[in-house]
Design a protein around this ligand. Structure first.
Ligand SMILES: C[S@@+](CC[C@H](N)C(=O)[O-])C[C@H]1O[C@@H](n2cnc3c(N)ncnc32)[C@H](O)[C@@H]1O
Length: 292
């Protein structure tokens, strides 16, 4: 018998299935330790001495408050500014040129972007900074012509993202000095993202398992470093729904270690210098002249 605060195989399987049902995160048998290490404190705080009691308490809680805390504890929120660099270079050097040409010709009024698992905000705020720099170089454009929606399942990371306040360690990860002085104000050890950036991003809580109607139609989707946590069936499902919400020929960015191969044929892979991105096949048109 393991000590009471250790998880046994039966409890692990119940918790694993409960977590996957709640948020899509798929935990393999070799990650039993992960459930134990991430949930023990919460289990004890909730007055439970075994994972069986904890599971029963979570499933009996009709408010879903405990479920949200379990999901919060099980999500990996690792992120940094301009992560992988190439998506932001492609946005700046390929996609914005194309969409801005459409704004200028009157074909569209806005560019609509979605950061689908935005964690503590570095991804959507990096997108906003790319756009603000682009606007500075292209007079006549306005920030309200760009709509950035950022969503995440985890209430605690959304809270931090909305506050837009970062410590020295968080700010140092991927942020270069010139952007730091342009887009942040410093107060002691805290770096606060300026309103100019903050006002471009709307944050909302969204579980990717739920209907995506609140997201609406989008031109560009960043769904990065979250699919890796999901089972194959859920990866297929979410990629299908992203393809459906993209406007014709819209674009998708994934994390550097993620791929659509084996999960969908709704996208055409594109390459720009070192980076990959994916264009929705809806109209079949591939903008070859933008691909260098
Ligand atoms: C590793 S972070 C990625 C952050 C950012 N996209 C990046 O690439 O730096 C993964 C995020 O996905 C979120 N997440 C996990 N499961 C989710 C789900 N079912 N729906 C929405 N967000 C989810 C987590 O809360 C976490 O903030």
């Amino acid at each position: 018998m393991p000590p009471a605060n250790r998880i046994d195989q039966n409890e692990f399987r119940m918790m694993r299935d409960y977590i996957e049902k709640s948020c899509g995160i798929h935990i393999t048998e070799d990650k039993m330790y992960l459930v134990e290490t991430r949930l023990t404190t919460l289990m004890v705080e909730n007055g439970c001495s075994t994972f069986m009691q904890f599971y029963q308490k979570a499933t009996a809680d009709k408010t879903n408050g405990l479920r949200d805390k379990i999901v919060d504890a099980m999500t990996t929120n690792e992120t940094l500014w301009f992560r992988d660099k190439s998506p932001f270079e492609i946005l700046d050097s390929v996609l914005l040129d194309r969409y801005v040409a459409e704004i200028k010709s009157g074909k569209r009024s806005k560019v609509r972007i979605w950061s689908a698992a935005s964690s503590t905000g570095q991804e959507p705020y990096s997108i906003a900074m790319v756009i603000l720099d682009y606007i500075r170089r292209h007079p006549g454009l306005r920030s309200d012509q760009f709509d950035i929606l950022a969503t995440d399942i985890s209430p605690s990371v959304l809270f931090l993202a909305m506050a837009g306040r970062y410590d020295n360690l968080a700010i140092s990860r991927g942020m270069d000095d010139s952007l730091k002085s342009k887009y942040f104000t410093q107060n002691g050890k805290v770096w606060a993202v300026r309103d100019e950036v903050k006002n471009m991003v709307t944050f909302k809580k969204l579980n990717l398992q739920e209907p995506l109607a609140v997201v609406g139609k989008r031109d560009i989707v960043f769904c990065r470093n979250v699919l890796i946590y999901f089972a194959d069936t859920f990866k297929r499902d979410i990629l299908k729904r992203i393809a459906q919400l993209l406007r014709p020929d819209g674009f998708l960015f994934l994390g550097a270690s993620e791929s659509i191969i084996n999960y969908t044929s709704d996208f055409q892979m594109q390459r720009y210098t070192r980076g990959l991105y994916y264009q929705a096949k809806a109209s079949g048109a591939v903008y070859a002249n933008t691909i260098r």
